[in-house]
Design a protein around this ligand. Structure first.
Ligand code: NAD
Length: 519
């Protein structure tokens, strides 16, 4: 399944880490094709969430370093935009091969820095790899349009041109997939790029950048800066950056959307979620239970498409015992352990927040069917672990329902009918994903027509589209009008130019000052 088609990355010390004796090592910046050490005094620890060990440190990129990264991208742009699309595609062909050969290393880094299980980390890389594969067809994806003879001797055609320097700001939960949603599409369209990985787990993005250079991406086409709020604000404000891709929370996303758009930039902002499943009494029991457990607790609930709320038409009672049984059998352990179903959550603060929201549900009348807050994992007593947690009788005015929990917590609600269930989902401010479990085609079709969510699953718990479609979150889960990847992704990273040309032999005509009309 994973043939090593090229030699895997073999550097003993990765070029993106400092080779000084400093321990833990410092993560470098990527500027103009070189991995360079930052001169910043301030740094942030990258911590293994299963052990609290500091794995590395990222610098808070200085203003000068940020400007140097943007300058490198700006300088590389003219040459890169004039590089034939076939050459750009060929680099992506090579790139996908290199990513495949290094899947295990990338996954291992993700598990160390982010915590998810190795198998899940492998999926994180694979879903990003699919975007790189898609970018290999950019010649077709970027095609323009042509209408011949719109008027006598006149043809009109449109072309999609790259924008210039684009930027991406990433969240912690998919350290490989989300950077790969961004720069492969952008650069294969002919743009150059400045990427800011999550300060919590930058390693996978750095390894991917190293592989992109090895695949032949010219110097300055991809640059990487690190940091938090200040560098993000620099990205929003910089005159040379034309477009910003963001994925993360609503607080950061709406701030970035308004600040960067006020500077005239394009912004696509994928944000938080509260994804519901509606379960009808006629649903296939076994398949539905497995889907709810996998989508509710996989990645410790830290997926923007996690199914965090299950709305049972007729009530959850008939499902509760089996849900608790299956959730209790999940193994919570370090993501490196081969038996682990769930790893830790990203930080102590994240664990605290999750536990507080569970407590608020308990205090406001929800029934706690399963409580994973006090779990202790042998040999990883310091890890940020939360075990699977299930709250029943949840109501839509409860804090635990209104907030995105982003942890392994499944909320159970009751609806009287399918219409009632759809209304519950539609009243929620988020619109990332929603699923229905039923054996009735009529009910499924009604759900598909009436539900207000960007990504709809019918007997599918996590309906994340493959890259030939787009990731189409809606309502408060998205700001902007061109989604990530697919056709919309190419449109986001290109500007249409429409050309009207006249080539005809005609006798001299009298000058006409009226508005030209088709002849
Ligand atoms: P986050 O918003 O805390 O961080 C995301 C990025 O924004 C980071 O690079 C961070 O440095 C920066 N940032 C954070 N706060 C900022 C601020 N106030 N000003 C400027 N920059 C800021 O998000 P996170 O905790 O890393 O990721 C989890 C969130 O991402 C969840 O809400 C999840 O639903 C969402 N998410 C959404 C999608 C999607 O496609 N809709 C995908 C993955 C994650």
């Amino acid at each position: 399944r994973r043939p090593p088609m090229v030699a895997p990355l073999s550097t003993a010390v990765a070029s993106w880490l400092s080779d000084s004796a400093s321990s833990p090592p410092k993560v470098r910046l990527l500027i103009g094709g070189e991995f360079v050490e930052s001169r910043a005094n301030e740094q942030v620890d990258v911590t293994n969430p299963a052990t609290q060990e500091v794995v590395s440190r990222i610098p808070l990129t200085t203003a000068d370093e940020f400007k140097a990264a943007v300058d490198a991208a700006r300088t590389a742009f003219p040459g890169w935009r004039n590089t034939p699309v076939t050459t750009r595609q060929r680099i992506m062909f090579k790139y996908q091969e290199l990513i495949r050969a290094n899947m295990d290393k990338l996954a291992e880094n993700i598990t160390t820095e982010q915590g998810k299980t190795l198998k899940d980390a492998w999926g994180d890389v694979f879903r990003g790899l699919e975007v790189v594969e898609h970018a290999c067809g950019m010649g077709t994806l970027q095609m323009g349009e042509y209408v011949s003879n719109v008027s006598n001797g006149i043809d009109t055609f449109s072309i999609r041109e790259p924008l210039g320097v684009c930027a991406g700001i990433c969240p912690f939960n998919f350290p490989a997939m989300i950077p790969l949603w961004m720069f492969p599409i952008a650069v294969t369209c002919g743009n150059t790029f400045v990427l800011k990985p999550s300060e919590k787990d930058p390693g996978a993005a750095m390894m991917l950048a190293e592989l992109a250079m090895e695949a032949g991406l010219p110097k300055g086409v991809l640059n990487i800066v690190h940091g938090t709020h200040d560098v993000v604000n620099n990205i929003c404000d910089d005159e040379d950056i034309k477009a910003v891709s963001f994925v993360g929370s609503n607080t950061a996303g709406m701030h970035i959307y308004s600040r960067a758009s006020a500077k005239g930039k394009r912004v696509q902002s994928n944000m938080g979620a509260k994804n519901h499943a509606i379960i009808l009494p006629d649903a296939d029991q076994d398949a539905t239970l497995n889907a709810l457990i996998a989508a509710g607790f996989g990645a410790a609930g830290q997926r923007c498409m996690a199914l965090s709320t299950a709305v049972f038409v007729g009530g959850s009672e008939p499902w509760e015992d089996e849900l608790v049984k299956r959730a209790s059998s999940l193994v919570v352990n370090s993501g490196m352990a081969s038996d682990a179903d769930l790893g830790p959550v990203i930080s102590k603060q994240a664990k605290e927040r999750i536990c507080k929201l569970v407590q608020s549900g308990d205090d406001s009348g929800a029934r706690v069917l399963l409580d994973g807050r006090d779990i202790v994992v042998p040999n990883f007593e310091n890890g940020n672990f939360v075990g699977p947690t299930i709250l029943a009788d949840v109501k839509s005015d409860m804090e635990c329902y209104k907030e995105e929990i982003f942890g392994p917590v499944l909320l159970l609600m009751k609806a009287e009918s399918l219409d009632d269930a759809i209304q519950i989902v539609n009243r929620n401010k988020y619109g990332n994903g929603a699923s229905i479990f039923t054996t009735s085609g009529v009910s499924a079709r009604k759900f598909q027509m009436d539900i207000e969510a960007g990504q709809v699953g019918i007997n599918v718990p996590i309906p994340v589209p493959l890259p030939f479609f787009s990731f189409t979150g809606s309502k408060a889960s998205f700001a902007g009008d061109l989604n990530f990847y697919g056709k919309a992704g190419v449109q986001f990273f290109t500007q249409i130019k429409t050309i009207t040309q006249q080539w005809k032999e005609s006798p001299a005509q009298r000058v006409s000052l009226s508005m030209p009309t088709s002849q």
